[in-house]
Design a binder for this molecule. Structure first.
Ligand SMILES: [Zn+2]
Length: 208
């Protein structure tokens, strides 16, 4: 069976199983609209599915996925702001109460940043996007000597940069100040399955 046939077979299992069993709730969600309490900024990586990791179900999470789970700073220039548009909808439209930046180990985007691939023409879009976290790379270069260590440090540091950038959006800062919105930084290890959380008081990542 080729991969597309596998997906179609999976769809039929879903339709006869999950959809049928949850039909009432799914129809209710369709009519009343979604109202997730949590927005997640996650990586596109196929090994890091926020709903799977948190055992969540349809309607629970508003998920924004991009390369290396980065949040750009709020900026007026440019037109194609996919992540910022999704954030605007999550925060101003759906009024989520939590935003989680979910990083992960073995992140290919972070790896490309550490390996300094800006000069490679085929990585033009990725390099430009990853420059959001370039200061994390500089710190990792300074503090660590192996590529693996640098990448790990950069993954954690990039989460903190994204959290900082979230606060540059005025509607996020407003809601935080009104205690209507909380930010969280998490890091998932795809090998061990461990999940770390950023402790805002110490700036350290601690196990959950
Ligand atoms: Zn990644």
């Amino acid at each position: 069976m080729n991969i597309i046939d596998q997906l179609i077979a999976g769809y039929h299992r879903f339709r006869d199983g999950y959809y049928k069993e949850n039909r009432e709730r799914l129809v209710e969600l369709a009519h009343s609209g979604q109202s997730p309490k949590v927005g997640v900024i996650a990586c596109c990586d196929s090994r890091v599915d926020p709903a799977v990791i948190t055992d969540s179900t349809t309607g629970d999470l508003f998920v924004i996925r991009n390369v290396a789970n980065l949040v750009p700073p709020c900026e007026g220039e440019g037109v194609w702001h996919g992540t910022s548009a999704a954030l605007e909808f999550a925060v101003c439209g759906l009024e989520v109460e939590h935003l989680i930046v979910l990083g992960h180990s073995q992140c290919g985007g972070i790896r490309s940043l550490i390996e300094n691939q800006e000069t490679q023409q085929e990585n033009k879009f990725i390099a430009s996007w990853m420059s959001i976290a370039s200061e994390a790379r500089e710190r990792a270069y300074k503090d660590f000597h192996t590529v693996d260590q640098q990448a790990q440090a950069c993954e954690l540091d990039a989460i903190q940069i994204s959290l900082r950038n979230l606060k540059t959006f005025p509607w996020i800062l407003d809601r935080m100040q009104q205690n209507k919105l909380q930010l969280h930084g998490w890091h998932y290890n795809i090998v061990s399955g461990d999940l770390l959380r950023l402790d805002p008081d110490t700036g350290n990542f601690v196990p959950l």
